[in-house]
Design a protein around this ligand. Structure first.
Ligand code: CUA
Length: 327
């Protein structure tokens, strides 16, 4: 009904109804009190107006009941707002475990997307309905913001960092994608579209059989591209996972904690892997020498995402090198 008014974007994801309900509650509440206060100002101005030059109103002693009422009712209402919003916010920030990852790199002035299966897109994102999707975002230059009003999600893409947002699309169709952070001359042209498809259509599209798809299937998954980079950059020379290697074994390392030379421990996540590729001296695993060269300038943000995705697929070889691992 609100879509017909043109005031609301279409709703095409599971978040939409929850965000809208909270928003309408806030609008309704604000509207109610605005109206109440405006009416009372008018009514009181008339009722308690000065009736003659000699008119002296009776002194007011105060009223505990009244003061408690106008303190407790707003307190309860703000607590309702607080817990309700916190619940919606946590839902928006917590991707389900079965969410499929997709990679988004912002760049002046376009969005580059890669699906786990390898397919790439620019300023477009094709997604299936009924499948939670987690976008992992970063930027090659300045801060951008990936904003899809129909899904009620917005997340900054920050250079040098990974951020994420998730959604589950519900309604097939084409929806607007915006950059919502001023990022330079053509910020306003950094737009695109989200194409929500039935799962079957999406599979057809992924394998390049969809109608009118440019570029068709591109070679290999994200992990395959990562494996090729891993080989061509020579990573395997020092990270074979054998004892005596110059670098730590990478099989099964993601999600574990490693002990560093400094005595601290650090969890091996996307951010740590990224830092270790670009600035290997920053956090060296205990028992290894600071011999790894930096790959800054040699790998793009997309390359980094591919390498990290590949490293995540590596499994620990039984009995191999993980002696410095804590858990
Ligand atoms: Cu990118 Cu605005």
């Amino acid at each position: 009904m609100f879509e017909k008014l043109g005031l609301f974007p279409p709703s095409a994801a599971t978040h939409a109804a929850k965000v809208d309900a909270l928003y309408l509650f806030l609008i309704g509440l604000s509207g109610f009190f605005a109206l109440l206060i405006a009416t009372m100002i008018i009514v009181f101005a008339i009722r308690f107006r000065r009736r003659s030059e000699s008119h002296r109103p009776a002194p007011i002693e105060g009223s505990l009941a009244l003061e408690l009422t106008w303190t407790l009712i707003p307190f309860c209402l703000t607590m309702v707002i607080f817990f309700w919003s916190a619940r919606v916010f946590v839902g928006l920030r917590t991707p389900p475990r079965n969410a499929v990852e997709m990679f988004v790199v912002g760049k002046q002035w376009m969005w580059k997307v890669q699906h786990l299966e390898g397919r790439r897109e620019i300023n477009e994102l094709h997604v299936p309905t009924g499948q939670p999707i987690k976008l992992i975002l970063t930027s090659e230059d300045v801060i951008h913001s990936f904003y899809v009003p129909a899904f009620r999600i917005k997340q900054d893409a920050v250079p040098g960092r990974y951020t994420d947002e998730w959604f589950e699309a519900t309604t097939p169709g084409t929806y607007h994608l915006f950059c919502a952070e001023f990022c330079g001359t053509w910020h306003s042209r950094m737009i695109g579209q989200i194409v929500v498809m039935d799962p079957a259509d999406y599979q057809a599209w992924l394998s390049g059989r969809g109608a009118g798809v440019a570029g068709s299937a591109q070679g290999g998954s994200v992990a395959d591209s990562g494996a090729a980079l891993f080989a061509s950059l020579g990573c395997a020379t020092c990270h074979r996972g054998e004892s005596g290697d110059l670098g730590p074994a990478l099989g099964g390392i993601v999600g574990t904690k490693v002990r560093l030379q400094s005595g601290e421990s650090v969890e091996v996540d996307d951010a740590y892997l990224r830092e270790s590729i670009l600035n290997p001296q920053a956090k060296i695993v205990a028992g290894f020498q600071p011999v790894m060269p930096t790959f800054k300038g040699q790998v793009s943000e997309e390359d980094l995402l591919q390498l990290i995705t590949y490293i995540k697929t590596l499994r620990a070889a039984p009995g191999a090198g993980g002696a410095h691992r804590e858990s």
